[in-house]
Ligand binder design. Sequence first.
Ligand SMILES: [Zn+2]
Length: 173
Amino acid sequence: MISGLAPDLDTGGKLANRISVSKKYLNTAVRMIGILLGCYAYFFAKGSEGYISYIGSIILLFVLPRFSNKFMLMLTGMVITFVGYVLMAIWMQLFGIYVMIASLLAHRSYTHSLLGVAFYSIIAYYLTIDFPLNGLFKVCVLAYMSHLFADMRFIPGNKRGIKPFLPYKGIEL
Ligand SMILES: [Zn+2]
């Protein structure tokens, strides 16, 4: 299911909203960390460590919460990548990178192309190494491709199609 929705992580819609914890909740969490960091700076930190902590605290309290869902999605990707790094799970690191890249892309661009399929296949490959389930790789890749198929122009209701051969823009399906 996640594989089938993953290409639309470039929209800030659907799965993107579900994966990047609701903005309100995330903002509260970010502000809490800002307050903790501010307390740390006030009570414990000395010298440059203190200044850096104060700046970090101000960013967390007043700057970050103003950003859009796309930025939140970028942060989510960073967290996924970091957790994947700590857990030494390559698939999770790659998925985090996928989320970060998707947050920067225009809708229905690279995530909806063969390059996207290739990148996602590598994620699925490493996922299958950690979870050696029969058919898992196929399900991930086919679910991903089914999304691209459903977004093609000949399907009723799609005003825009996909450009499967990006960066070559000549063919739109
Ligand atoms: Zn789509």
